[in-house]
Design a protein around this ligand. Structure first.
Ligand SMILES: CC(C)(COP(=O)(O)OP(=O)(O)OC[C@H]1O[C@@H](n2cnc3c(N)ncnc32)[C@H](O)[C@@H]1OP(=O)(O)O)[C@@H](O)C(=O)NCCC(=O)NCCS
Length: 188
């Protein structure tokens, strides 16, 4: 169910923590000033061929439209969003979209970390922060979809409590290859 007020507002501080390489990371709500970093982030994932459904580079115009929509959804309590910042740069983005009607107890999670800040515990930090906010928002379950070939992401999700609930055989068509799409869930 959409929230009557956002659990974390655009730009609002969430927490600060050290990564495994001693980088200091700040988690906060995203804001307009993040636009260029967000373009670099999503296009970095597309360029490396990350296992996400997006395969085309985004333009500045498209990303500005996307960010504008996300910021108003945050204000409207439709999505919970966090970015992680290291040395003034966005290095991770995560969100939990809130479903409605008879699925109003459910959130849909997505997350990514820039390539040069992986394996430092940032993914886990973001996951735990997002799940904590989802719990605070009153959600009861969080679900996500992951490519069956994305062992790294699946391991991270299992470490924070997700279990496979089922899969769509051949749900993904990637460069001519069919890959199962796995749905994972956790109870809060
Ligand atoms: C999946 C992703 C978010 C993980 O982020 P991360 O910051 O590297 O994750 P962490 O450093 O917190 O690692 C968490 C756990 O994931 C696993 N993991 C992370 N990187 C791994 C690697 N290269 N090999 C094996 N396991 C790995 C480990 O189990 C790790 O726990 P541990 O270090 O305590 O053993 C990141 O790899 C990513 O953004 N990938 C590209 C986009 C993507 O796939 N998003 C998910 C789509 S569903």
């Amino acid at each position: 169910m959409w929230l009557t007020k956002p659990i974390i507002r655009p730009g609002q501080f969430h927490s600060k923590a050290p990564l495994a390489n001693r980088d200091s990371v700040t988690l906060r709500g995203p804001n307009w000033n993040d636009l260029d970093d967000l373009i670099e982030y999503i296009n970095g994932l597309v360029r490396e061929g990350a296992q996400i459904t997006k395969t085309e580079l985004v333009t500045r115009e498209a990303e500005a439209e996307w960010l504008g929509e996300r910021l108003s959804e945050i204000e409207n309590g439709q999505v919970i969003m966090l970015v992680a910042e290291v040395d003034g740069k966005v290095v991770s983005v995560g969100e939990v979209g809130l479903l409605t009607g008879e699925r109003r107890h459910t959130g849909y999670l997505g997350i990514g970390v820039v390539k040069n800040k992986r394996r430092l515990g940032l993914g886990k930090l973001m996951m735990n922060a997002l799940l904590g906010l989802a719990r605070k928002a009153g959600l009861k379950i969080v679900i996500l979809d992951v490519y069956a070939t994305n062992a790294i992401a699946m391991r991270l999700y299992e470490e924070v409590g997700f279990k496979e609930a089922g899969r769509i055989p051949k749900g993904i068509l990637r460069s001519g290859h069919l890959i199962d799409l796995v749905r994972m869930t956790t109870e809060l």
